[in-house]
Design a binder for this molecule. Structure first.
Ligand code: BMA
Length: 386
């Protein structure tokens, strides 16, 4: 309080705008100042936004989906992480997935127990890590998976639709999960929530061919308003993300508007192997990042690569020779590598970061050592919730 009055006094005497003094003293970073979706966002949430924005001019945080739960050849070993096995350090950002929470299942669609997930989230937050959450929620109209589009699904869950009540019950379950995330002082753990991802593709029920831009925007607004205004959740940053895109116009086609989004991103995967595929990936990512950064600057949003990967990383130098060439020099906050599921049914192994004996592990260590890549130790030093 006292400090605030000193600043107020200085502001009046020196005729310096309050927000400039506040920024310099670290007092009172507010949701209004950063134009967050949630004007009542908690202090830790505002600070997370502020620090993601500050740090993006210094380096890119490395993120990994389900990092602490399992890796290639192991599951639920306390403290273990494939990233840590290879580098000695954890990622800076941790991605988690809530599919099947809506079914009251004890485990998510990939078998991760929701209780363990909450413990992993607290553990990562305690060492200063960042949390982002996606949700491959089932199709509320058909009851089938997120990958089961059916005409009319989106309108069915909007107000007046036959499944609106069901969707609200699902959002209540989501609220239950999110409101259980608390730090040691009882404060809520901020979460970058990333609903309806890859919405310019057509593989999910909320995808491009299955609803109009206006319907998607209504769904987005309804969801955010419900969580923020009805359920009073104030520890979320909202991430909007597309799949690959080729122009700003395409990127913004389904953008719900600046008042509804805090983080903007896209998902991108390399598919082909070899020099020409690498060059194509670099060019494609650079083009998309150009659009994203411009939008982030004009709209005052946080830009990020919300998912990426090269399945099984079949190129031992990919990290420094391709990925780093694609992203270096770009001021994005983080990039999230998808999950190291390991062996799946049918014998196929799914992973996007190296495990200890993988051929790209040595190159990943080089990538880790670059001054422009941030992992857990870099981020812990920055106290991003303060
Ligand atoms: C996909 C794959 C699936 C998984 C889904 C949701 O890309 O990894 O195996 O079920 O994400 O996590």
């Amino acid at each position: 309080m006292k400090k605030y009055f000193v600043i107020l006094f200085a502001s009046t005497i020196l005729n310096v705008p309050l927000n400039v003094l506040n920024a310099q003293t670290g007092v009172g970073a507010s949701a209004q100042q950063y134009k967050l979706v949630d004007p009542q966002a908690t202090k830790e949430t505002v600070n997370l936004f502020k620090n993601l924005n500050r740090l993006r001019s210094k380096g890119i945080m490395f993120a990994h989906q389900d990092d602490l739960a399992y890796g290639v050849g192991w599951k639920y070993e306390p403290g273990r992480s494939d990233i840590k096995d290879v580098t000695g350090d954890y990622p800076a950002v941790y991605g988690w997935e809530l599919g099947h929470l809506e079914l009251d299942s004890a485990v998510n669609l990939d078998g991760v127990p929701f209780g363990s997930m909450q413990k992993f989230i607290r553990e990562a937050y305690d060492r200063g890590g960042v949390i982002t959450i996606s949700w491959h929620l089932r199709n509320p109209l058909t009851g089938k998976t997120a990958w089961n589009p059916a005409p009319g699904t989106v309108t069915s869950i909007l107000p007046g639709g036959e499944k609106n009540e069901l969707y609200k019950r699902w959002l209540d379950k989501l609220t239950g999960f999110l409101s259980a995330l608390k730090g040691s002082k009882g404060e809520y753990i901020p979460v970058i929530f990333r609903p309806f991802h890859e919405l310019n593709g057509s593989w999910f029920w909320w995808g491009k061919d299955h609803c109009s831009p206006a319907e998607l925007k209504s769904l987005w607004e309804f969801t955010v308003s419900y969580l923020r205004d009805k359920k009073s959740l104030h520890h979320l940053l909202y991430a909007f993300n597309t799949d690959k895109f080729s122009s700003q116009e395409e990127y913004l086609e389904r953008y719900p508007g600046d008042a509804w989004v805090d983080v903007i991103g896209f998902d991108v995967y390399q598919r082909g192997k070899g020099d020409s595929a690498n060059r194509q990936f670099i060019a494609q990512v650079q083009n998309m990042l150009g659009v994203l950064e411009l939008l982030a600057t004009t709209k005052q949003k946080i830009p990020a690569i919300t998912e990426f990967g090269f399945g099984q990383v079949p190129d031992s130098l990919w990290w420094t020779n391709t990925l780093w060439k694609a992203v270096s020099g770009h001021k994005i906050a983080y990039m999230l590598a998808w999950r190291n599921a390991g062996a799946k049914a049918g014998g196929f192994s799914e992973f996007y970061v190296p495990y200890k004996s993988h051929a790209s592990a040595a190159n990943f260590v080089e990538f880790y050592k670059l001054p422009g890549t941030f992992f857990q130790k870099d981020i812990s030093r920055e106290s991003i919730y303060k």
